[in-house]
Design a binder for this molecule. Structure first.
Ligand code: C2O
Ligand code: CU
Length: 533
């Protein structure tokens, strides 16, 4: 089957939120953008017409894009941007994938307003590996700035100051009543007592982790990043930017109203919604009666972090086997963290940068995929280091050498080789964990821990049986996470922190996966309408 969508990018003049109005770039005039619903193995043809006055691209976050890297949408990685007035058709197949994903702009900070849900249903006649829910609801979590988001980041880059945090968080576009604008409404989730709902929760925020909790209710995680998990019961789910989580919620028989709370990791600002239990008819006169207590910045943060990201297990059933590579061809150790670089326009003469293995990514002016495919020299170098350039000296304090090097370096992987990456966080300013996102693959999260990775002891504890499969994983602050995947998708694949501020500062790199020798092992030729730089 194939699904056709027409997507127009607009710059709108009059979007009002938080009692103030500003122009924003949207998909089809909507915030969040339209929900796309498809089925496993469908081919999507999405025609993007750029009516905005910004360059845009659309990334299909979590879609593997097998052999179709040209449709991955990462600006200057797999394509040049779609310029104002131009059109580009994203043509790709959702092969072997079902679950909740999303799409977002992948250039500048435009994804703040350019994003939407991508719901992929199982093939017709194929049931979920859990009882069929009564209804499914999409819960899209995001952020809102009163000021122009591009101005926020440009200003920060020029002055070297930390960019302003968003003014509010939103659930399906609603911030809930906030003191700065009491007329704002909350999102209401209508449920019938006793019925089970599947919530498809997406964290599309730029820089915020969210706790998700419904007072008085237990949640069951059944899927993350569009792969099924063993059912996991919990009261609170931590969802990092770029992650998606499907939850089963059985509405309790209590009548009344509850709150769906999403809170920042380090602050207490909450986006709120009401859970409106209805018997018989709709009751829209919801008043909030219970505010759930959400974990705050203390030991429980790491606990929840650990629980939601690392306690999950894949199904590893006959229908949904887990095939972790056991023999590793490329064993990589990546430090990730923040650093400093001289900056003449900056207030303190330095600005924060971010790095992977002390390399701060320098954006090329032609896409890496084009450079790879057409063999254009001088766009990137093949020498991304397999271990950090600076001697790794994290001891729980600031790294002694915060200097990083600019570079457009890639790591080359022969087709079908197997990879293990240990991602080690090096704390610099505060305890922020980095949600690392990989394009082109799902990876297995085989292990994680606090402190320094111990190459002798820690691998013995890896879960090689039923580790969860993801596209985005949090590397705990001052800790490490190990992932494995098989490089069976030819192309150029970006890996970066999904906190937009860290990505902008340079916490990004790319893998080049060579073509294989078989008939289906090479990247397809580029579409004729591929934008030029
Ligand atoms: Cu959701 Cu490269 O991003
Ligand atoms: Cu980060």
């Amino acid at each position: 089957a194939s699904v056709d969508c027409l997507v127009r990018m607009y710059k709108l003049d009059n979007t009002t939120k938080l009692c103030s109005t500003k122009p924003i770039v949207t998909v089809n005039g909507m915030f969040p953008g339209p929900r796309l619903i498809a089925r496993e193995d469908d081919t999507l043809l999405v025609k993007v017409i750029n009516h905005a006055d910004y360059n845009v691209t659309i990334h299909w976050h979590g879609v593997k894009q097998f052999r179709t890297g040209w449709a991955d949408g990462a600006a200057y990685i797999t394509q040049c941007p779609i310029q104002p007035g131009q059109t580009y058709v994203y043509n790709f197949t959702l092969s072997g994938q079902r679950g909740t994903l999303f799409y977002h702009a992948h250039i500048l900070w435009l994804r703040a307003t350019v994003h939407g849900a991508l719901v992929i249903l199982p093939k017709r006649g194929v049931p979920y590996p859990f009882p069929k829910p009564h209804k499914e609801k999409v819960i899209l979590l995001a952020e809102w700035w009163k000021s122009d988001v591009e101005a926020v980041i440009n200003q920060a880059l020029q002055t070297g100051l930390i960019p302003n945090r968003s003014d509010v968080q939103t659930i399906n576009g609603y911030p809930g009543p906030v003191s700065s604008c009491p007329s704002e409404r909350a999102y209401t989730l209508h449920v019938e007592p006793g019925k089970t709902y599947m919530l498809r929760v997406i964290n599309a925020a730029l820089n915020e982790f969210f706790y998700f909790k419904i007072a008085g209710h237990e949640l069951i995680v059944v899927e993350v990043d569009a792969s099924y998990t063993k059912p996991y019961k919990t009261e609170t789910v931590l969802i990092a930017p770029g992650q998606t989580t499907n939850l089963l919620l059985t509405a309790s028989l209590t009548t009344g109203n509850f709150m769906v709370a999403a809170s920042r990791l380090n602050r207490n600002i909450t986006a709120t919604g009401t859970l409106n239990c209805i018997i018989g008819s709709h009751d829209d006169t919801a008043t909030i009666v219970t505010i759930p207590i959400v974990a705050s910045e203390n030991a429980s943060t790491q606990l929840v972090d650990k629980v939601t990201d690392h306690a999950l297990r894949s199904l590893n059933s006959k229908e949904y086997p887990t095939t972790v590579p056991l023999k590793i061809d490329h064993s990589l150790f990546f430090t990730i963290g923040l650093g400093m670089m001289p900056c003449s326009t900056c207030v303190i003469g330095n600005r924060a940068v971010a790095h992977i293995n002390n390399v701060t990514f320098d954006e090329p002016s032609v896409s890496l995929l084009q450079a790879h495919f057409y063999n254009i020299k001088g766009v990137y170098t093949d020498d991304f280091p397999a271990k950090p350039l600076n001697k790794f000296n994290y001891t729980g304090e600031q790294p002694k050498n915060p200097h990083t090097m600019k570079g457009t370096r890639v790591y080359r992987l022969p087709y079908n080789s197997t990879v293990q990456i240990v991602l080690q966080d090096t704390v610099m300013f505060s305890g922020e964990s980095h949600p690392l996102h990989l394009h082109g693959f799902n990876f297995f999260a085989v292990g994680s821990g606090l402190g320094n990775f111990n190459p002798k002891k820690d691998p013995k504890k890896f879960n090689l049986v039923d580790p969860v499969e993801r596209n985005t994983i949090s590397v705990p602050a001052g800790g490490w996470t190990a992932i494995r995947f098989r490089a069976n998708n030819p192309g150029v694949w970006f890996m970066h922190c999904h906190l937009e501020v860290h990505k902008t500062w340079g916490m990004r790199m790319a893998f080049v996966v060579d073509n294989g020798n078989g008939p289906n092992e090479s990247i397809l030729p580029p579409p004729t309408d591929l934008p030029e730089c």
